[in-house]
Ligand binder design. Structure first.
Ligand code: ADP
Ligand code: MG
Length: 332
């Protein structure tokens, strides 16, 4: 199978909303009047972002999910995406399930593939997504990292740390009961982009980011860009590791060796969570709860934004904890 057969067979579908899709030198998109385009690009490299043994269907899902997560963090509605692929071989056994996982998620979000590039090379997947954000009375409704204010409350969606837990089990540094591992592995390999929540938070959240490198590291971006500080309850965060419920505390059982500080570390610095971390004024508590309900996405209040710069961690009793949790960086 050649390059053009591969595109034709697996990646070319009739354009729906796009003016022009796959097949010409450019795709054409027509954003609705009164909207801005939100654009984001994420690359997945074999051995770096995924294990070579991963099911291609899950990889197709994840490649798009991590990009949709960026649109979610901006409160943008997904429109379309491009796909740049480097593949060692044009194989049906890889391309068919990859396309299946990719398009299942794309269709669930009404986001269409409008173009890309295909080349031979070490497996590498690069997606660019395009979304739409309304402009109201001259103001963009996009959620940014820079809008948090002292007195705001800090929230996170869903669960934290499960993807990292699965990675550590793969690495052999932790062991947990088999069903707990399978659930955590699903979180690692098929994250859920919180698109509906991001849309529901427009006009409510003051700042937002998606958690990809670890909660504290990503929170650091909000703090820096907003010029404020925060206090985070580490023990509330630690309860958000879904795997914790399934791990026996009895010595000798899988999971029993994971102590309170390790659960905190998984939650605070795990990475690959693709949850939304956001701030909202205390006066918007009801509105945040309604956004969570309407988007069927659990949301937990984990801290607050302070005038005082820097990040303070507290435990469940309100006592200060040292912050020695480091987040992911490709170059350190
Ligand atoms: P060009 O060389 O002019 O860039 P290509 O021959 O690379 O065009 O691609 C032909 C068409 O197929 C273009 O419309 C391009 O966007 C599309 N395309 C190439 N690779 C992919 C892919 N992996 N997924 C979707 N569309 C693709
Ligand atoms: Mg090309």
């Amino acid at each position: 199978m050649g390059e053009f057969d591969l595109i034709e067979r697996y990646f070319k579908r009739p354009a729906r909303q796009a003016v022009l899709g796959v097949g010409d030198d450019c795709a054409l998109l027509q954003p609705a009047p009164g909207t801005q385009l939100a654009i984001s690009c994420d690359m997945l490299v074999e051995g770096r972002h995924f294990l070579s043994t991963v099911d291609p269907l899950r990889l197709g899902h994840k490649a798009l999910a991590v990009n949709l997560s960026d649109l979610a963090a901006c409160g943008a509605k997904p429109l379309a995406f491009t796909l740049a692929l480097a593949l060692p071989r044009a194989e049906e056994s890889w391309a068919a399930p990859f396309a299946q996982g990719l398009f299942a998620l794309a269709d669930a979000h009404g986001c269409e593939l409008i173009g890309g590039d295909t080349t031979r090379g070490p497996l590498n997947i690069c997606i660019t997504v395009f979304g739409e954000v309304p402009v109201l009375a001259g103001r963009s409704q996009a959620l940014l990292r820079s809008g948090a204010q002292a007195g705001d409350e800090l929230y996170v969606s869903g669960n934290l740390g499960d993807a990292r837990l699965a990675l550590e089990v793969f690495r052999g540094t932790l062991s947990v009961p088999a069903p707990v591992f399978e659930a955590a592995r699903l979180r690692m390999e098929m994250p859920t982009p919180r698109v509906a929540l991001g849309l529901a938070l427009r006009g409510i959240a003051t700042a937002a980011i998606d958690v990809s490198d670890g909660l504290l590291g990503d929170l650091g971006h909000i703090l820096k860009q907003s010029g404020i500080g925060a206090t985070v309850n580490a023990d509330i965060c630690a309860t958000l590791v879904a795997a914790r419920a399934g791990c026996a505390p009895e010595p000798g059982q899988p999971g029993a060796e994971i102590g309170p500080d390790q659960w905190r570390s998984l939650a605070l610095a795990g990475g690959d969570d693709y949850e939304l971390l956001f701030t909202a004024p205390a006066s918007q508590r009801e509105a945040v709860a309604a956004a969570a309900r309407n988007s069927q996405t659990p949301v937990t209040r984990i801290g607050q934004i302070d005038q005082q710069l820097g990040l303070r961690l507290i435990n469940g009793k309100g006592q200060t904890l040292p912050n020695n949790y480091t987040s992911f960086d490709h170059f350190v």
